[in-house]
Design a protein around this ligand. Structure first.
Ligand code: FMN
Length: 191
């Protein structure tokens, strides 16, 4: 069974990004995927301390910070595709999701005695909501994620994004919902 992990980055658990995830998840499940939805705001995740201890531990994540990042790592390892669902904050993502992205270090073993990767080959996509228009709002985050994928030998599978023009209502329109369902179809075809 195809497993999709959605890391939802907004501090608003019932906000715009969560709303846009609903038709996406519904369509994935209609197509037989197993979806795991994690609002990262609810988890205890500290920023990376750049101690590099994880770089000398092979075959496991190896972070010295025993917080909820271990739960996310378990989910990432089990997933075929990881979706970063996020509002754009200051041209990137909110701080908690950024901490999750920084804490990817232990999944790559590039800078110490350990070798190998715990997630090479996984697929990664983006669902974004934003106040500014289209590309102007999303391109810094999308570029960062694309480069992180290249750096980590992951497959970037694309982005679906919708502009916040009228709060929740912007994400409940026929076209927003249809786009989210089409993005789910696109991902399921790719996997
Ligand atoms: C602190 C903060 C920073 C934001 N920064 C940006 C930004 O840089 N670019 C943008 O297009 N929208 C920005 N926005 C607007 C949000 O991305 C947008 O309203 C989004 O849909 C909120 O999603 P949510 O309800 O899931 O949190 C910002 C909103 C907040 C609260």
């Amino acid at each position: 069974m195809t497993k999709i992990l959605i890391l939802m980055g907004s501090p608003r658990l019932n906000g715009n990004t969560a709303e846009l995830c609903k038709p996406f998840i519904q369509r994935l499940e209609e197509r037989g995927a197993q979806v795991s939805y994690i609002p990262v705001e609810e988890l205890d995740i500290s920023p990376c301390r750049a101690c590099y201890a994880c770089q000398n531990i092979s075959g496991e994540y190896g972070c010295v910070q025993r917080d909820d990042m271990y739960e996310i790592v378990r989910e990432i390892i089990a997933a075929d595709c990881i979706i970063l669902a996020t509002p754009i904050y200051s041209w990137y993502c909110p701080a908690k999701l950024k901490a999750v992205l920084d804490r990817h270090y232990g999944l790559n073993k590039y800078y110490g005695s350990a070798e190998g990767s715990l997630w090479a080959g996984k697929n990664v996509g983006i669902i974004a909501t934003h106040g500014y228009e289209g590309d102007y709002a999303t391109s810094p985050f999308e570029t960062g994620v694309e480069r992180l994928c290249k750096h980590s030998n992951l497959e970037y599978v694309g982005m679906y994004s919708v502009q916040d023009e009228d709060d929740l209502a912007s994400f409940q329109t026929e076209s927003a919902v249809a786009g989210a369902r089409e993005f789910a179809d696109r991902i399921m075809r790719l996997l």
